[in-house]
Design a protein around this ligand. Structure first.
Ligand code: ADP
Ligand code: MG
Length: 393
C-alpha cells in the first residue's frame, strides 16, 4: 500500500518534497503556474503541521551542470506569492548552501533547493552515481514525500533512489493523480475515447500501440496527424513532421480496427506559423504550406464522436493554440468535453496550459493531470519507477 503524508507525524521533522515545478517560462516570468498551484495542498499541509519543508524539483534540461538560465528562481518567486511569504532558494542543490539553509529551517518553514538537474547524477543511468546523489538528498531529511507526478516515470535520484533511503509517502498530488488515472486502467466506462495531438510526437508513438488495445477510438490531431497522413500517401507540405515516425504510424494503422483511428479530414494551413491560415482538405495540403490546426469539419467530427463517450483521455493540443488563428480545434475539443458527461482526463503539460489559456475552468473537466509522459505511461498500464518504489516499505 502506498502511504500518504497523513500516515506520518511530521511535526518538527525535516521533510524532503519532490515537486514538479517544471513550468513554462518567458524570460524570468512563469507563464503558466498550474504545476506550482498543484503542489500547494501538500506543501501547505506539511507547513501547517509543523514540518520543516525542503522542496526539490527540476526545471528544463540544463545538461547536468549549473546554468542560471535554468534556475528555479522564477518558480520560487511564484510559490512565494502563492503561499504569501518569500521562498528562499538555495544557491546549490545538496552542497554547503543547501545544508546550511536546512539547518536553519524552523518548524513550519519552507526552503527550495536549486534545480536538481544542475547535478549530472540526478538523471544518470548509473545506479552508483544516482545513489551517491540520493545519499546527499537523503541526508537533508527525515522523511521523503513524492509529489512530483510529472517525473514519476523517470528512474531519477530524486524520484526513485532517495525513496529507498528514507521513510517515504505520497503527497496529495500524486495520490490524486493515481486515483484519477486509475479510472482509465480498470473498470473503464465505455465508450472510451482518446484524443492525441501536440508536437512531441515521438514520445506518444510509444503509447499509441498500447492505447489501441484499450480505447474504443483514437482521434488524432496536432502534429501527431502528419505521420499518419503521410502513411496514407498524402503530401503534408512543410508541416512539422518527423519522417522516422511514418513507419510507426503505418504500423499503428495496420493494427487498428477499421474506424478505430480517426484522422482530421481538413486542416488550417499557412505558409508560416505567423500567418492567419486557410482551410484545406487534409488530402490537399499545398506545397510550401504547413498544417497548424485541425479544420472546422474535423473539429465537428471529433466533437460528434466525443459527445457519446463515457470516458475520455486527451493528450496534446489539436493545433498551435498559442496563436489565435490556430486555437479553434483545441477550443472545440475542450468545449465539447466541458459540455458532455464523460469522465475526462487531460494529460500533457501543454494541454493543461492550453485549456487554461483558452479560458476554460479546470473544474469543468474530470481531472487535469500535471503529468505528460507520466500520465501516458500510467494509462498504458506501465510500471512507473517513482510509484512502484512508494509501495515498498
Ligand atoms: P503536451 O505537453 O500536452 O503533451 P506537446 O508538448 O506534445 O503537448 O505539444 C504541445 C505543442 O504542440 C504546442 O506548443 C502546440 O503549439 C504544438 N502543436 C500542436 N499542433 C501543431 C501543429 N500542427 N504544428 C506545430 N505545432 C503544433
Ligand atoms: Mg509539452
Amino acid at each position: 500500500m502506498m502511504k500518504t503524508i497523513d500516515d506520518f507525524a511530521v511535526d518538527g521533522q525535516r521533510v524532503l518534497v519532490r515537486a514538479d515545478l517544471n513550468v513554462p517560462l518567458d524570460g524570468g516570468r512563469v507563464t503558466d503556474d498550474g504545476r506550482i498551484r498543484a503542489s500547494l495542498p501538500t506543501l501547505t499541509a506539511l507547513m501547517n503541521r509543523g514540518a520543516r519543508v525542503i522542496v526539490c524539483a527540476h526545471l528544463g534540461r540544463p545538461g547536468g551542470k549549473p546554468d542560471p538560465k535554468y534556475s528555479l528562481a522564477p518558480a520560487a518567486a511564484r510559490l512565494g506569492e502563492l503561499i504569501g511569504r518569500p521562498v528562499e532558494l538555495t544557491a546549490d542543490t545538496t552542497g554547503p548552501a543547501a545544508r546550511a539553509a536546512v539547518a536553519a529551517l524552523p518548524p513550519g518553514g519552507l526552503v527550495m533547493l536549486e534545480n536538481l538537474r544542475f547535478n549530472a547524477a540526478e538523471t544518470s543511468k548509473d545506479d552508483t552515481q544516482r545513489g551517491a546523489f540520493a545519499d546527499q538528498l537523503a541526508e537533508l531529511a527525515d522523511l521523503y514525500v513524492s509529489d512530483g507526478f510529472g517525473a514519476v516515470h523517470r528512474k531519477h535520484a530524486s524520484v526513485y533512489d532517495v525513496a529507498l533511503r528514507l521513510p517515504h509517502a505520497a503527497g496529495y498530488l500524486v495520490k490524486a493523480e493515481v486515483d484519477a488515472l486509475s479510472r482509465l486502467t480498470a473498470d473503464i466506462q465505455r465508450p472510451y475515447l482518446v484524443v492525441l495531438g501536440g508536437a512531441k510526437v515521438a514520445d506518444k508513438f510509444d503509447a499509441f500501440g498500447n492505447l489501441l488495445t484499450m480505447a474504443d477510438r483514437i482521434l488524432v490531431g496536432g502534429a501527431m496527424a502528419f505521420p499518419f497522413l503521410v502513411a496514407q500517401g498524402e503530401e503534408v507540405g512543410t508541416s512539422l513532421l518527423e519522417a522516422s515516425q511514418v513507419d510507426a504510424a503505418a504500423e499503428c494503422l495496420k493494427r487498428a480496427a477499421p474506424g478505430q483511428v480517426e484522422l482530421p479530414s481538413d486542416l488550417i494551413v499557412a505558409a508560416e506559423p505567423g500567418g492567419t491560415g486557410e482551410v484545406v482538405p487534409a488530402d490537399a495540403i499545398p506545397a510550401g504550406q504547413m498544417g497548424l490546426d485541425i479544420g472546422p469539419q474535423a473539429a465537428a467530427r471529433f466533437a460528434a464522436a466525443l459527445a457519446d463517450a463515457r470516458t475520455v483521455f486527451w493528450n496534446g493540443p489539436m493545433g498551435m493554440f498559442e496563436r489565435a488563428p490556430f486555437a479553434g480545434g483545441t477550443r472545440a475539443v475542450a468545449q465539447t468535453l466541458t459540455d458532455g458527461h464523460a469522465f475526462t482526463v487531460i494529460g500533457g503539460g501543454d494541454t493543461g496550459a492550453a485549456i487554461r489559456a483558452l479560458g476554460f475552468d479546470e473544474d469543468a473537466f474530470g481531472y487535469v493531470s500535471t503529468g505528460g509522459g507520466a500520465s501516458l505511461e500510467f494509462i498504458e498500464g506501465k510500471t512507473l519507477p517513482g510509484l512502484a518504489v512508494l509501495e515498498q516499505s
